[in-house]
Design a protein. Structure first.
Length: 434
């Protein structure tokens, strides 16, 4: 086996910069653990002159990341740009085509193009590693691929986005608005300073769910549309009400096999305060796996920030240095089938519904008539008047209802003139409030 490994890092944002310093400061430790000498021979970023916490070595800097693959002898490349397409995809494709091992934290790229890229990697007999794409520093993918390799996993759920979990935790704790807490998350570096939409709308979590599904259930990555909702519409009054009901609001990613069909979804959930998942706070991530014969396995760790992500990248790095050539998704690609997809219109759950209305006679009656029309029965109803503004909040907890019925009902309710904004819907996790 080779003694000296040449390394390139493409993308010098928060993660790439942190990783660069980690490799430089831990080269001796890496050599002790693997017997390999590490040379960083190329780095690339969009802007060479951007202010960073380290000096750019001009001798190894490339503005064009594709050029460094052609001009340098590279054994392992880290792709830390983070796009699902474009230059991220081109870099990974060209690296694999040139028999270069690839390590990436890019969950959007893997969720969208993982099948294609893993096929390439298998043909070229190189590694495509993406432990850092799910769960930050939690070794969840390696746990599924190796630690639980002989278990039959039937369900995975958890908190997979540290940004959203931080925002929900702070809103509950401080009573501050979503906008105010988002600004705080951006100041701390937990949320993108420009456009954090992909974190907040559930897309980031769903990409991770798709990767988990492929690994846990030995399926090809699902390309179907999934139930996906974010946290942007949740307000401080929802936390007040959740507290009264002894519940807590969490954004959960869930994937499971239901009647031999794959059911993936991401949405806010009301969870009982005495449950494990309800007490995972701040930027923490937590993943719970249910399988046979292992039973329930819980993994928890920081899910936002360059430190945890770099930890997972380094884990993949050392694995390659030790000579572990593996199937990207745990099995040969021809042994993984396309999943049959569960129809989420049949998904049944109890719901928390909040309506903001003009406080006028007959409004509540109109809402309940619509609920009855779509066979939605009420478990609990709370009305909170605001006499100064002549408005009211109506909170309804329903019994179990099919997704299809609730969607149709809410569309019809939107026609009621005295409802002054879009209703808030939060699903209750695993049943009802009692």
């Amino acid at each position: 086996m080779k003694k000296i490994y040449n390394v390139a890092i493409v993308g010098l944002g928060q993660i790439g910069s942190y990783l660069y310093k980690e490799i430089l400061t831990k080269r001796k430790e890496i050599q002790k653990k693997t017997g390999k000498i590490i040379n960083i021979v190329a780095i690339s970023a969009k802007n060479k002159n951007k202010k960073r916490k380290f000096k750019i070595n001009k001798n190894i800097f490339f503005s064009d990341p594709l050029k460094l693959i052609s001009e340098k002898k590279i054994d392992i490349i880290f792709e830390c740009i983070g796009l699902s397409d474009g230059i991220s995809k081109k870099v990974v494709e060209k690296a694999i085509a040139n028999r270069i091992h690839v390590i990436t934290p890019n969950k959007a790229l893997i969720a969208k193009h993982g099948e294609h890229l893993s096929n390439m990697a298998l043909k070229k007999k190189v590694n495509l590693e993406f432990e850092a794409s799910v769960g930050g520093g939690i070794p969840i993918l390696r746990t599924i691929k190796e630690g639980l390799a002989t278990n039959k996993i039937n369900k995975i759920y958890g908190i997979l986005n540290g940004t959203c979990n931080y925002i929900l935790t702070e809103m509950e704790k401080t009573g501050d608005s979503f906008k105010s807490v988002l600004k705080k998350a951006q100041d701390h570096g937990y949320a993108e300073p420009g456009n954090p939409k992909l974190d907040l709308n559930g897309y980031d979590t769903l990409a991770k769910v798709k990767i988990l599904s492929a690994l846990a259930f030995n399926k090809k990555i699902s390309t179907s549309n999934c139930l996906m909702e974010g946290i942007e519409n949740i307000e401080s009054k929802d936390f007040d009400m959740a507290d009264q009901l002894n519940l807590r609001i969490k954004l959960l990613g869930i994937t499971e096999i239901v009647n031999n069909r794959l059911f993936e979804r991401v949405h806010p959930c009301l969870v009982k305060k005495n449950t494990y998942i309800a007490n995972v706070s701040g930027v923490m991530n937590a993943v719970i796996l249910e399988g046979m014969p292992v039973g329930e396995t819980v993994l928890q760790g920081e899910g936002a920030g360059p430190g945890p992500t770099s930890s997972a990248l380094m884990s993949d790095f050392l694995s390659i240095l030790r000579g572990n050539i593996k199937f990207p998704f745990g099995l040969p690609n021809n042994a993984r089938e396309s999943a049959r997809i569960y129809d989420d219109k049949n998904y049944e759950n109890s719901l928390y519904l909040r309506f903001e209305v003009n406080d006028k006679p007959g409004v509540l009656s109109q809402i309940t008539k619509h609920l009855a029309k779509y066979k939605i029965s009420i478990q609990r109803l709370i009305q909170i008047p605001d006499n100064t503004k002549k408005k009211a909040s109506i909170i309804i907890i329903t019994h179990s209802v099919k997704e299809n019925n609730s969607n149709k009902c809410l569309r019809s309710i939107n026609s009621i003139k005295n409802i002054i904004k879009k209703p808030v819907l939060i699903r209750l996790f695993n049943g009802n409030i009692y």
